[in-house]
Ligand binder design. Structure first.
Ligand code: 5GP
Length: 129
């Protein structure tokens, strides 16, 4: 599968240090930072440093080191911002939008981690009708 990556997308520019961000956690392969327009009290975006467009691109073509680093960073961020769902915790939601139907605004793979309020049901098929 071929994916066309736009190196001028806003998250590529954040990774190059051209645009500031509010970093939550940075590792060798991954950056986590606060969403500029938060949809919940906690809204963190986790992105790989590599040039991946969507989650299927990343999980299909990234190295094992990148994938493990990404996954462990997600877990650490959840712990840092109170987005765990272990006993007694309030839970959270992780979302990744892809492509036109997924209404992906920024074409660099990112996982939204949302927490700090009740988040409602995920999707309603009635919306599609
Ligand atoms: P998408 O719709 O692609 O899943 O989500 C893109 C997210 O990126 C949106 O929630 C939007 O608020 C966030 N965003 C867009 N531009 C910037 C920016 O310059 N900095 C940060 N931190 N977030 C951004």
């Amino acid at each position: 599968m071929a994916y066309a990556y736009d190196p001028q997308n806003i998250f590529a520019r954040i990774l190059r240090g051209e645009i500031p961000n509010s970093t939550v956690l940075e590792t060798e392969h991954t950056l986590a930072f606060r969403d500029i327009f938060p949809k919940a009290p906690q809204h963190v975006l986790v992105i790989p440093k590599g040039a991946y467009v969507t989650y299927d691109h990343f999980f299909g073509q990234a190295s094992e080191a990148e994938i493990v680093d990404f996954a462990r960073t997600v877990a650490k961020v959840c712990e840092m911002v109170g987005a765990t769902a272990d006993a007694g915790a309030m839970g959270s939601r992780a979302i990744t939008n892809a492509g036109e139907h997924g209404v992906q605004e920024v074409p660099h793979f990112h996982l939204h981690i949302l927490a700090g309020r009740p988040l409602g049901r995920m999707l309603d098929m009635a919306e599609a009708e």
